[in-house]
Design a protein around this ligand. Structure first.
Ligand code: GLA
Length: 534
């Protein structure tokens, strides 16, 4: 039992070293989320050399290049056929001069060029857009051959790898993506950026091979789609960081949604550090959408050097307060989003303590580029339905956190692929704090809830309270750095009602790793942990 427990702990340590935002974050240089344009949302498979060149020109002439947008990404629709030796060619009607001419043109403007393919055999376009050339166009059976064409011969800098064909064949996502990325790295293009497009959070392995991974079904230019994608990304903050990002899909800004909805869309994509790929026709963007896409203060949140995704610090029904560190880890400056996802107006009040901010707090509205004044104790705002206030807060003090919600924690074995119904995950739970708990914890040593950065300024003795839910009698194993504790015979009587078990622990100064689970039996669901200094 003990060995398994320590094995899990070692695993958490290894994961911590490889993919967390740790204290070294400040010194490490990460690639920020990708910024650019992609052809899919407006043009689907109806693309051409002329169209792509015009969009590249527009990226420069609209000032979007100067605002940070860099990639011109060709999505589905360029495939030709495989020749007698299986080598992929281009669609000669749409791209009469081949693909290299296009990437050369994009590069000549000081931009980068992206391409698209598929992890399986048949492409999504062959299934949903009657694109016959997409049959057999995917990487499957051609990993090295295709990687050589896209990255050596055609000289692209980015690839989005879809999975309609992989799903159809029932292939293992992890095997396919790892093998394709290995082939891409073999070409010598170690700088090529990879996007995994499996329309669901694929698992922690993605962070080792890709710069971003899609977490949701395809976006549409309407409110229900924006709200659904934000909802999907709400509790995935622990899986982003160190230069790997949850991809909320291409932007629908400039495609007809009202201003308030566009502000939510762009503002939340920015604070959640999603890639920012414009999806409209850049030659005719409405003025107000263009101004929003070029909003320097919002872009700075997205491209912030800490590379963090905001998490839900407070929830009141359909209203959320999201927060993340910017500029300096655990500094006095934080980015906050007040987000009203409902259709009717609401007021939101957040105590600054919840945001770990103390003393006087200066607040700046980043959408309007306006200072809102200085506040103490708390801040309130009134939001119309479907709207957002995104701000930068600068406080006199940064407070030591007391609460760590389970929905902020890293779950090493979580994925959203739907292969395993009993996988660890967040579940809605109205009586738990934040309205969420984590279920299916334990039964394997590594199946734990891991808080990688439990912070204590000076270190010392604390009472650690674990808020859990179970109708059975179960056990929790707790690890605090390299020390383990066992809490047995726990029952809250009901999965919808939390109870608290406590244990005295010692924290070292700075960051500590705390994890909970149970090596060989299911553990209770976890709501949060709370620390009280002794
Ligand atoms: C899938 C992807 C989209 C787009 C299309 C192309 O649906 O999720 O983003 O690339 O395929 O066929």
């Amino acid at each position: 039992m003990k060995n398994g427990f320590l094995y899990a702990f070692a695993l958490c340590g290894a994961l911590l070293a490889s993919c967390s935002g740790t204290q070294e974050t400040k010194e490490k240089a990460f690639l920020p989320p990708l910024m650019g344009w992609s052809s899919w949302n407006t043009y689907f498979v109806d693309i051409s050399e002329d169209l792509i060149k015009k969009q590249a020109d527009a990226m420069v002439s609209t000032g979007l290049k100067d605002a940070g947008y860099k990639y011109i990404n060709i999505d589905d629709g360029f495939f030709g056929y495989r020749d007698s030796v299986g080598k992929m060619t281009y669609n000669a009607e749409r791209f009469p001069n081949g693909m290299r001419v296009v990437s050369d043109y994009v590069h000549s403007l000081g931009l980068k060029a992206g391409i698209y393919s598929e992890g399986g055999d048949n492409t999504c376009g062959s299934m949903y857009n009657a694109e016959k050339t997409g049959i057999g166009a995917g990487f499957y059976g051609h990993d090295q051959q295709d990687a050589d064409v896209y990255f050596k011969e055609w000289n692209f800098d980015f690839i989005k790898i879809d999975y309609c064909g992989g799903k159809e064949l029932g292939l293992s996502e992890r095997d396919r993506y790892e093998s394709i990325v290995k082939a891409i790295r073999n070409t010598g293009r170690t700088d090529a950026s990879i996007n995994i497009c499996r329309w669901a959070y694929p698992g922690a392995w993605a962070a080792n091979i890709a710069r971003s991974w899609r977490i949701s079904w395809d976006i549409q230019p309407r409110w229900s789609s924006i709200k659904y994608i934000i909802g999907k990304n709400m509790y995935l903050s622990a899986f982003a960081g160190n230069g790997g990002y949850n991809d909320m899909d291409m932007l629908e800004i400039g495609r007809g949604m009202p201003r308030n909805e566009e502000e939510v869309h762009f503002g939340i994509w920015c604070i959640m550090s999603s890639p920012l790929l414009i999806g409209c026709d850049m030659t005719s963007i409405p003025e107000s959408s263009l101004e929003l896409l070029k909003n320097k203060e919002l872009i700075a949140l997205n491209q912030d050097p800490l590379g963090l995704q905001a998490y839900v610090a407070q929830r009141n029904g359909d209203a959320y307060v999201l927060v993340k560190d910017i500029e300096t880890k655990r500094g006095k400056v934080r980015a906050i989003a007040f987000y009203n996802s409902s259709d009717s107006a609401c007021d939101i009040t957040v105590p600054f303590k919840t945001l770990e901010l103390g003393g006087k707090v200066k607040v700046r509205d980043l959408v309007k580029h306006e200072d809102m004044g200085t506040f103490e104790q708390q801040m309130s705002c009134s939001l119309q339905g479907r709207s957002v206030l995104i701000c930068r807060m600068e406080a006199e003090e940064r407070l030591e956190p007391e609460v760590y919600e389970a929905e902020w924690a890293f779950l090493p074995l979580y994925d959203d692929l739907g292969h395993n119904p009993r996988i660890i995950r967040c579940v809605q739970s109205p009586n738990c704090s934040g309205g969420v708990r984590v279920g299916y914890v334990g039964a394997k040593p590594e199946n734990r809830v891991v808080w990688k950065e439990v912070y204590s300024e000076k270190g010392g003795n604390y009472e650690l309270g674990i808020s859990y839910c179970t109708s059975k009698k179960q056990k929790i194993q707790v690890a605090v750095n390299d020390k383990e504790y066992v809490l047995d015979n726990l029952s809250s009587g009901d999965y919808n009602k939390p109870a608290v078990a406590t244990v005295d622990v010692t924290l070292k100064p700075g960051y500590n790793v705390v994890s909970v689970g149970c090596d060989y039996a299911w553990a209770p669901d976890i709501d949060k942990i709370e620390l009280k200094k002794k």
